[in-house]
Ligand binder design. Structure first.
Ligand SMILES: NC(=O)c1ccc[n+]([C@@H]2O[C@H](COP(=O)([O-])OP(=O)(O)OC[C@H]3O[C@@H](n4cnc5c(N)ncnc54)[C@H](OP(=O)(O)O)[C@@H]3O)[C@@H](O)[C@H]2O)c1
Length: 260
C-alpha cells in the first residue's frame, strides 16, 4: 500500500481517517499527517495510530500520495512551501473550489492531481465522494484512490462545471440535514419528548427515508404521498411546511453556497 500523508487534520481529514481505519481500507502505519498545532495533532494520532509529523517537509518525505485538507484560504501558502518536495507525487485535494484547472498553474505538470469533494458522513462509511472527471493521476493511482474512498461511501464522478452544485448538496448537505433533524427534534421536545428520544426518532427517520428512496427508487413525492392520507394529519404538516417556505429555504441555502 502506498503511504498517504494528510496536510491538515481538521474535521474533514479526521472523518476520512476514521472512515478508512474503521473498515481497514488502510492501516494506521500507512497514514501520516501534518498540522501546525502539534499537540492537537498528536492527541488524534495517539487515538488512531497514525504518524504525526512536525513539519510539512517531514510529511512529504514519508508520503507517496498527499491529501490536501486545509481551508481554501491557506492552500496557496502551503503549496508555496512544499512546491519542490511535492514534485513527482500524487495530490488528492479535498479543498472546496480547487478544481484540477485551478491547481495546475499552482503545482506545475510534475504533480499528479485529483480533486475530490467528500462529506463528513465518510466518518461512518455513509459519505458521498465527488471525483472530478478531469485529473492527471496515473490509472493505477486513480483506481487506488477510488478503492480507498469507496470504503467511505458512494463515489460519483462529475464534470468540473457540476462540482459546485453537487458540493452544495452533498458537501454542505450534512449541515442542512442536521438542522432539519434538530428542528424536528425541537418540535418533539416542545410536545414532551426527551431531547435524546427526539434526536433518535428524527435521525432514524431521516436515515430510513433516505435509505427507502435509494433502495426503492421511489421519487420523494411518492414517499410523501404514502404518508399523507386524505383529511389526515400529515398533509396538514405538509401544508404548514410549504406555508413557511421550506422548499424556498433549501433553494436559497444552496444558492447562498454557490453564489458566494
Ligand atoms: N468540513 C466539511 O464538511 C468539508 C466537506 C468537504 C470538503 N471540506 C474541505 O476540507 C478542507 C478542510 O476543512 P475542515 O472542515 O476539515 O477544516 P478545519 O477543521 O478547520 O481543519 C483545517 C486543518 O488545516 C490545518 N492547517 C491550518 N493551516 C495549515 C497550514 N499552514 N499547514 C498545514 N495545515 C494547516 C489545521 O491545523 P490546526 O488544527 O493545527 O490548526 C486543521 O488541522 C476545506 O478546504 C474544505 O473545503 C470540508
Amino acid at each position: 500500500m502506498k503511504k498517504i500523508g494528510f496536510i491538515g487534520m481538521g474535521n474533514m481529514a479526521r472523518a476520512i481517517v476514521r472512515g478508512v481505519l474503521a473498515v481497514h481500507a488502510a492501516q494506521p502505519e500507512d497514514l501520516s499527517a501534518y498540522a501546525p498545532h502539534f499537540d492537537r495533532l498528536s492527541a488524534f494520532a495517539g487515538e488512531t495510530g497514525i504518524y504525526p509529523c512536525r513539519s510539512a517537509g517531514e510529511l512529504l518525505e514519508r508520503s507517496d500520495t498527499v491529501v490536501m485538507a486545509v481551508k481554501p484560504y491557506v492552500v496557496e501558502g502551503v503549496l508555496a512551501q512544499i512546491r519542490e518536495a511535492l514534485a513527482g507525487k500524487a495530490l488528492l485535494s479535498v479543498v472546496a473550489g480547487y478544481t484540477f484547472d485551478r491547481y495546475r498553474p499552482l503545482v506545475g505538470d510534475g504533480v499528479r492531481v485529483q480533486y475530490v469533494m467528500p462529506n463528513t458522513p465518510c466518518m461512518v462509511g455513509a459519505g458521498v465522494l465527488l471525483f472530478e472527471e478531469k485529473h492527471s493521476l496515473l490509472p493505477e493511482e486513480r483506481a487506488e484512490a477510488m478503492r480507498l474512498f469507496r470504503a467511505l461511501g458512494e463515489v460519483v464522478e462529475l464534470d468540473a462545471h457540476l462540482m459546485d452544485a453537487a458540493t452544495a448538496i452533498s458537501g454542505c448537505g450534512p449541515a442542512f440535514v442536521a438542522m432539519m433533524i434538530e428542528a424536528l427534534a425541537d418540535a418533539g421536545v416542545k410536545y414532551g419528548l426527551t431531547r435524546a428520544l427526539a434526536y433518535r426518532l428524527a435521525a432514524q427517520t431521516a436515515l430510513g427515508t433516505g435509505k427507502m428512496q435509494l433502495e426503492t427508487g421511489m421519487i420523494p413525492a411518492a414517499i410523501k404521498d404514502g404518508v399523507c392520507s386524505p383529511r389526515g394529519t400529515t398533509i396538514r404538516g405538509v401544508e404548514a411546511l410549504e406555508a413557511n417556505g421550506m422548499r424556498h429555504a433549501f433553494m436559497e441555502a444552496v444558492k447562498a453556497t454557490i453564489e458566494k
